[in-house]
Design a protein around this ligand. Structure first.
Ligand code: FAD
Length: 399
C-alpha cells in the first residue's frame, strides 16, 4: 500500500510525515528542484543576504504548526516577537502601540455578532468600531490577504477563536529565525529518510488518470506510475494546478502579496524596539527588520502588483523613510511579487473551497482546501494533516 503525495510544500510535507508516521509507505513528488513551495528563500544577488519570498508571521495559537515543528525538531528555530503591535500613521507621523489585550472588548462583541447569521464581509461587522482603522483593518488585511470590505467574517472569526480569544500565549507572534526553509522545510526534508519517505524533486505530475471515481495512473516525464487497488494519491499542489489536473475543481480567485527587501547600512534608531511596525495611510503596510535587511509587506496588493518593480521600490521606500525619518537611500533593494500568494478570501470563495476527499483513493491538501482557516502556514499544515487522517480512516473502513 503506497501513498503518492504530489507537491512538497508545507501541505505535502505535513501529509507525507503524518501518513508515514501511521506506518504507510509514502512517495513525495515535487515539480521544483526544492521542497517548500510558497514558503521559500534564496541568497539574493542584489541584497547579498538570504531573503524570504515574503515575511511570514504566525501565532502561538497555531497548534498544528507547532506540532509539525515539534515533529521535525525545529521548535528552536523561531523568534518570538513581543505581544504588542507598534503602529505608525504616515498621515501625521503619530505612533502608538496596539495591544491585543486592550482591544479584547471590541473583539469579544464582534465575535458575538459574527456567531449568528450567514457569512458576510468583515467591514460590515467591524466598520463602526473605534479601533477598526487603527488596528483591525491592517490585521485583517495581513491575516486574510483580502480587503476587509470583501473578506469573510467566518474565516476571520475562526482565526480569532484559535488565537487572540485564547489569551496571551495563543496571541503571541512568531517568525522564522533565519529563513523560512531553515525553520519549516530543511528540517522536514532531513526527517524524510528516517520516516521511509522517498522524495522525488524535479518530478512534475503531468496527468492524473481517473476511472470509476478512483485515481488509476500518474503520468510523469519519466514514465507512468500505476496506482494499485490499495494505493492512494494526495494532490497537495496549488489550486490552479489542481484544477488543471482535476477538471471540475473550481479555479478560485487569487490575491497577491508584494514584498520589498531593503539592505540598509544600520538599524534605524527610529524603528520600534519590537523590530517591526504596522504602517497606516500609505502603500507599505508592515515593515520588519532582520539583520541588515528591512522588509516591507503589502497584502491584498492587486492595485500594486502590475506596476514596474522600480516604481514599487521607490513608493515603498518613500513610505518607510517617512515613517522612520531616514534620509539615506537603501544600499540595495529587491521587489518580489507573488501574484497567487493566497486565495481571495471572500464569503463566496469560502463557500467554494473544495473538501479533502476527491475520490475513493484521491485526496486534496493545500492551504486552499476547506480548512476553515485562511491560506496560511497553519492552514496548509492542517490541510496535510486532514488529508492524512481522511486517508487513514478510509483505509480503516467504517467503524
Ligand atoms: C508572500 C507571501 C507571504 C505570506 N505570508 C504569510 C504569513 O505571514 N503567515 C502565514 O501563516 N502564511 C503566509 N503565507 C502563506 C503560506 O506561505 C502558504 O499558505 C503556504 O506556504 C502554502 O503551502 P501549500 O503546501 O499549501 O502550497 P505550496 O507552497 O504552493 O505547495 C505546493 C507545491 O506543489 C508543487 N507543485 C506544483 N505543481 C506540481 C506538479 N504538477 N507536480 C508536482 N508538484 C507540483 C509546488 O512546486 C509546491 O512545492 C504567505 C504566502 C506568500 C506567498
Amino acid at each position: 500500500m503506497t501513498v503518492h503525495v504530489v507537491g512538497a510544500g508545507l501541505a505535502g510535507l505535513s501529509c507525507a510525515l503524518a501518513a508515514a508516521d501511521a506506518g504507510l509507505d509514502v512517495v513525495l513528488h515535487e515539480s521544483a528542484g526544492q521542497a517548500g513551495g510558497r514558503c521559500r528563500s534564496w541568497r539574493d544577488a542584489a541584497i547579498g543576504e538570504v531573503i524570504d519570498n515574503g515575511t511570514h508571521m504566525f501565532l502561538g495559537g497555531n497548534h498544528t504548526l507547532f506540532s509539525y515543528l515539534r515533529r521535525i525538531g525545529a521548535l528552536d528555530r523561531l523568534t518570538a516577537a513581543p505581544l504588542l503591535f507598534p503602529m505608525i500613521d504616515l498621515a501625521d507621523g503619530r505612533r502608538w502601540t496596539a495591544t491585543p489585550l486592550r482591544l479584547l472588548p471590541s473583539l469579544l462583541s464582534s465575535i458575538r455578532r459574527s456567531r449568528t447569521g450567514t457569512d458576510t464581509d468583515i467591514a460590515s461587522l467591524f466598520g463602526s468600531s473605534r479601533n477598526y482603522r487603527r488596528f483591525w483593518e491592517p490585521i485583517i488585511l495581513s491575516v486574510m490577504n483580502t480587503p476587509a470590505e470583501d473578506a469573510s467574517v467566518k474565516v476571520f472569526r475562526e482565526v480569532l477563536v484559535r488565537t487572540l480569544w485564547r489569551g496571551m500565549g495563543a496571541s503571541r507572534p512568531f517568525m522564522a529565525r533565519t529563513s523560512l526553509p531553515a525553520t519549516f522545510i530543511q528540517p522536514a526534508q532531513a526527517a524524510l529518510p528516517a520516516a521511509g519517505i522517498a522524495l522525488h524533486l524535479n518530478h512534475p505530475l503531468r496527468h492524473l488518470e481517473r476511472s470509476a471515481g478512483r485515481a488509476v495512473e500518474l503520468s510523469f516525464d519519466d514514465g507512468v506510475q500505476r496506482i494499485g487497488p490499495r494505493d492512494h494519491v494526495v494532490l497537495a499542489v496549488p489550486w490552479v494546478v489542481a484544477a488543471s489536473l482535476l477538471p471540475g475543481l473550481p479555479v478560485l480567485p487569487a490575491s497577491p502579496i508584494v514584498n520589498a527587501h531593503f539592505r540598509i547600512a544600520e538599524a534605524p534608531r527610529t524603528l520600534p524596539s519590537a523590530g517591526f511596525a504596522g504602517l497606516l495611510g500609505g502603500t507599505a503596510q508592515w515593515m520588519f527588520l532582520r539583520g541588515s535587511v528591512l522588509s516591507v509587506t503589502v497584502s491584498a496588493a492587486a492595485g500594486l502588483v502590475d506596476r514596474p518593480a522600480d516604481d514599487i521600490r521607490d513608493q515603498l521606500w518613500s513610505d518607510v523613510s517617512r515613517a522612520l525619518d531616514i534620509g539615506d537611500r537603501p544600499l540595495a533593494a529587491r521587489v518580489i511579487k507573488e501574484k497567487r500568494a493566497t486565495l481571495f478570501h471572500s464569503p463566496a470563495v469560502e463557500a467554494a473551497r473544495p473538501r479533502t476527499r476527491a475520490g475513493d483513493n484521491l485526496f486534496l491538501a493545500g492551504d486552499w482546501t476547506a480548512t476553515g482557516l485562511p491560506c496560511t502556514l497553519e492552514g496548509s499544515i492542517l490541510s496535510g494533516k486532514i488529508a492524512a487522517d481522511a486517508l487513514l480512516s478510509s483505509i480503516a473502513g467504517p467503524p
